[in-house]
Design a protein around this ligand. Structure first.
Ligand code: FAD
Length: 393
């Protein structure tokens, strides 16, 4: 964008100078001159009585008409399809309702044809499969090269990936190779019914605002979506899609060589956990997280936390659930001593079954809880632990 002065209209009244909140106007030889502080807030345009300031689009527009199709990157690890792949498929199927374009998955790996069939079995209309030994394990460079080549070949309208370690690692590189934009870490994706553009919603300003971002002039429209924001696509009765095995001309070099793989121990995998027991400020002290850990170990649950608990230094950040932490969707979520602030609910309210323990009967967490226990967690949790131990022995 550029802010242009129409000199023949300007009378030099200086109203724009006073209106600018960013000190972005210098006065030079009777005329305003816009400097690099300009944020295109339009305040000067609004006050100019002569209409002498105009905002012009300088963006290079491309012909977007040849771009069709809604693509998602189907994530797999060690020959197993990640659940996020089915979540992305679900989002793409929802977008198809408005956009009426074909939904296709891109699957990269080695000897993973059966995973392509699994995607079709969940309603995917097409799977582009690149099966090569170099793609057996995820490496950023070869994955980015292949996906970029497929995008150039087929010109999809939309390409999305999950905001996982994998998606975050290589998707920006794909967008840069193609020369398009990328909105990372979205919490929602949908199609605007009028413009048919992809509306990419994500938190901004530390989570205080939700921004809606569109990519008007470049293709494809690319975004990563946080895991667990939607349900997974369900299996369909009669899969109709097709698998297209693609070859890529490109050599697949990588500056990174994979020498060995070792599974990280004590990894906090909240997003895959079926049961999560979370503690909040109601625990009163970091050492009381031992109570949560004991209960969690007994029932095979992962340990979560509110931001208040994390900020107090009681438990590390990877355990945080909420808007600025992890978004989770376990079968059971047990919130202990957590009030249920909107930012916490943003990360767990879609859990299948929510249980809350809180001594305040008016705590907002009870509004989303399927089962609420009003009482002191220091009585309830030891009681639960005792009962579970009794049943086990
Ligand atoms: C931009 C932004 C982003 C944020 N992101 C997140 C986020 O990702 N995740 C998050 O959790 N928060 C987030 N927050 C913070 C959020 O607003 C709350 O401050 C936070 O969730 C409160 O944590 P809490 O429920 O543990 O503490 P509190 O709100 O203090 O609640 C403690 C609860 O414990 C109960 N209690 C006390 N003692 C006992 C007891 N003995 N037995 C039973 N119950 C007891 C109390 O009744 C109370 O309801 C964010 C805030 C902002 C502004």
């Amino acid at each position: 964008m550029i802010l242009r002065l129409l000199k023949d209209k300007c009378t030099g009244c200086q109203q724009c100078l006073d209106a600018c909140p960013f000190n972005a106007i210098d006065w030079k030889e009777r005329f305003p001159e816009i400097n690099e502080n300009c944020r295109f807030c339009r305040k000067c345009i609004q006050v100019c009585p002569e209409g002498a300031l105009v905002l012009e689009e300088t963006e290079k527009k491309i012909d977007t008409s040849g771009y069709r199709g809604i693509w998602f990157f189907a994530e797999q690890r060690q020959g197993k399809l990640s659940s996020v792949s089915r979540e992305l498929l679900q989002v793409c199927l929802q977008m198809r309702e408005t956009l009426k374009e074909e939904v296709a998955g891109v699957l990269l790996g080695y000897q993973v044809k059966k995973l392509a069939d699994q995607l079709l079995a969940h309603g995917c209309e097409k799977v582009y499969l690149v099966d090569r030994p170099e793609l057996e394990n995820f490496l950023e460079e070869p994955y980015a090269l292949v996906l970029a080549e497929l995008i150039r070949r087929y010109r999809p309208n939309i390409v999305v990936a999950a905001a996982t370690m994998m998606g975050r690692a290589f998707f920006p590189s794909v967008a840069a190779r193609i020369g398009t934009g990328l909105t990372a870490d979205c919490t929602q994706l949908h199609i605007d019914p009028e413009s048919k553009l992809l509306v990419q919603t994500r938190p901004t300003f530390g989570g205080n605002l939700m921004a809606q971002i569109i990519c008007r002039y470049h293709r494809p429209q690319m975004a990563t979506l946080r895991p667990k924001m939607v349900e997974e696509a369900r299996s369909v009765q009669q899969p109709k899609g097709q698998v297209i095995t693609e070859t890529v001309s490109t050599q697949l070099p990588s500056v990174v060589k994979l020498l060995a793989q070792k599974r990280a121990e004590n990894l906090v995998d909240l997003q895959e956990a079926e049961v999560i027991i979370s503690g909040g400020r109601g625990l009163g002290d970091g050492k009381n997280f031992d109570l949560i850990r004991e209960l969690a170990t007994l029932v095979g649950a992962a340990v979560g936390a509110s931001r208040a608990a994390v900020d107090s230094g009681w438990i590390p950040y990877p355990h945080q659930v909420g808007q600025t932490g992890r978004t989770v969707k376990p079968k059971i979520y047990l919130a202990c001593g957590i009030s249920g602030a909107i930012q916490h609910l943003a990360g767990m309210r879609t859990s299948d079954f929510i249980i809350a323990i809180n001594k305040d009967p008016d705590a907002p967490i009870f509004k989303v809880a399927h089962l609420g226990l009003v009482g002191d967690l220091f009585q309830i949790i030891p009681f639960l632990i005792r009962k579970i131990k009794e049943n086990k022995s």
